[in-house]
Design a protein around this ligand. Structure first.
Ligand SMILES: [Zn+2]
Length: 337
């Protein structure tokens, strides 16, 4: 990572976030998840830490001194590995986890690091945690009946509420788990502004029924170079199917959501907000509203079904109606026939 790529987003953040804002940063940690939440009154949560030292480096860059809460959504290394480096420096007061030990050296080192940091461990259960005075975290434990030998299906869910704004982080949850969450937490999950894609956009995790409940406006995928085919075209189609704006840490770098006290929010990307695959990083763009322009405006299609109905197919970059959200494979041509 070059110096400019680190300094520019810092300038961007200081120019767009004020002390009274909630910020949610989907950290670019390569293939894995790490989400840093900082409340208006200065409390912080790190939901997963990716692998390696990147998350710890980024917490330093973003001025975190101590973490109030660390969450291990599940025990796989692409979620917890980075805590080995985060825990000693940021001494999380509380560690929320699913209680399912893994027999890996990474898991052992991470738990030892939390122990040495004096973190208090708590198991996921149906409870609310106050992160500061204005942000509430509803913990979603794995429902009864999901197999205990499957870390993904025992992911710890966290539903964040700040006034009218909601964000949901569901780890690598599988359909059996999200179906259980829908039964228990349906009304609370209904209508979420910001949503972390499950399992890095794998085709086996997000489902149409769960997304139709959650109705996310903005989906962020924590993903890097990988051999799993993440994010899958199936998951991207599901996000498009609920008209979500999709951002990806592999293309956008760290994605920052800045939420105002009235619940409105903006999205900014370390490498801009484009979602085409490009080899040359583009300069960071100022934060822009995420709510798409109304479909009445000329040439704006909410989805490809609407575009096709209007006779628009194979819309190229620069042509009216083109936008990255409609260009699933990022090749510069949207709504291909
Ligand atoms: Zn994962």
């Amino acid at each position: 990572m070059t110096i400019t790529r680190i300094l520019l987003p810092l300038l961007l953040v200081t120019s767009t976030a004020s002390a009274a804002d909630l910020t949610i940063r989907f950290l670019d940690v390569g293939q894995g998840d790490a989400v840093l939440v900082t409340t208006p009154d200065g409390k912080s949560m790190l939901y997963d830490a990716g692998r390696g030292r990147t998350a710890a480096d980024l917490l330093n860059r973003y001025g975190v001194k101590q973490l109030d809460l660390a969450v291990m959504s599940q025990g796989d290394a692409d979620h917890i590995g980075g805590f080995e480096f985060v825990a000693p420096s940021f001494k999380p007061k509380v560690l929320l986890n699913n209680g399912l030990a893994k027999s890996t050296q990474t898991y052992a080192r991470v738990l030892a690091a939390f122990k040495a940091a004096g973190s208090q461990g708590i198991l996921a259960s149906n409870r609310t945690i106050n992160l500061g005075t204005q942000v509430k975290l509803q913990v979603l434990p794995a429902p009864a009946g999901v197999p205990k030998n499957n870390q993904n299906a025992n992911s710890v869910g966290v539903l964040l509420t700040y006034g009218k704004f909601k964000a949901f982080f569901g780890g690598d949850a599988e359909p059996a788990e999200t179906a259980g969450w829908a039964r228990t937490f349906g009304p609370q999950l209904s209508g979420v502004q910001v949503y972390k894609a499950l399992h890095h956009g794998s085709k086996h995790n997000d489902t149409r029924s769960f997304l139709q409940l959650v109705r996310p406006q903005t989906v962020v995928i924590g993903v890097g170079k990988n051999n799993y085919g993440h994010p899958s075209s199936e998951a991207l189609a599901l996000y498009e199917g609920v008209n979500a704006n999709v951002f990806r840490t592999d293309l956008n770098g760290t994605v920052t959501i800045t939420v105002k006290p009235d619940g409105s929010y903006t999205v900014s990307g370390e490498r801009g907000l484009g979602t085409r695959r490009t080899t040359t990083p583009t300069a960071p763009q100022p934060a822009t509203p995420t709510v798409p322009a109304s479909s009445e405006s000329s040439g704006f299609y909410r989805n490809c079904t609407e575009a096709r109905a209007a006779g628009a197919v194979n819309i190229r970059t620069g042509e009216p109606g083109y936008r990255a959200a409609l260009d699933r494979d990022g090749d510069g041509v949207a709504c291909e026939r």
